[in-house]
Design a protein around this ligand. Sequence first.
Ligand code: MLT
Length: 254
Amino acid sequence: MQKLNVNGIQLAYERRGKGTPLVLLHGFPLDHHLWDAVLPPLEDTFDLILPDLRGFGESSTVDSFYAMEDYASDIAGLLDGLGIRKAAVAGHSMGGYVALAFARLFPERVRGLALVSSQVLADSPERKDGRYKSAAEVAEHGIGSVVEAMTPKLTPDKKLQAFARQSMERQPPAAYIGALKAMAERVDSTTLLSSFLFPVVLIHGDADALIPVDRAREVKAALPQAHLVEISGAGHMPMMEDREKTAQALKHLA
Ligand code: MLT
């Protein structure tokens, strides 16, 4: 992977393909390999930029508290380093929260936005509390319990579960803790939607056990011009569970 120094972090990224710049942001607690399966059908259409968010994969981390806005500012710094002013941004789950923070901070740099298995809502007080409990658990006992709890919820497909589990086990505890706190503190983006003047794509499995498909339907209701693709039978990982439909949907951002 290539690396760029951004905000005091060695940000690792992969770059493939030719065309419209499209940043693909992975979810929690994964890295850019999440997107591997869906890259071949996209690389004739897009200049694909795949960062590992700070702390994950091959990117370095910081010890201090950080927020969704910091991940977003890392992406802006990465685009600056690559000489790209404006890009489409697609985020999976937590990557969607980062994409929303990016759109809030840098609206003039967004040429399109995709939320894949994600949502615009903030955490409920109970969910927030659960995130802090998980962060404390990871700090004390390691990542095991989070990996165990998440694996069966990602997808019913056992082979894909094994891939995701391996990926989750590669990530350091500090990345989990940083992301859990950043997710707990993220703001609600519902009102932000009305400011979106660029194409918006929503991709969601109708069997998602982590973020129900209703979250995507609610965004579509608030933003009728958004292109919603529901993937029948898919769980939380549509880019692996149905790569063709996911790729077709992302091409609306070209
Ligand atoms: C993710 O897949 O990125 C996370 O599960 C999202 C979340 O917990 O809200």
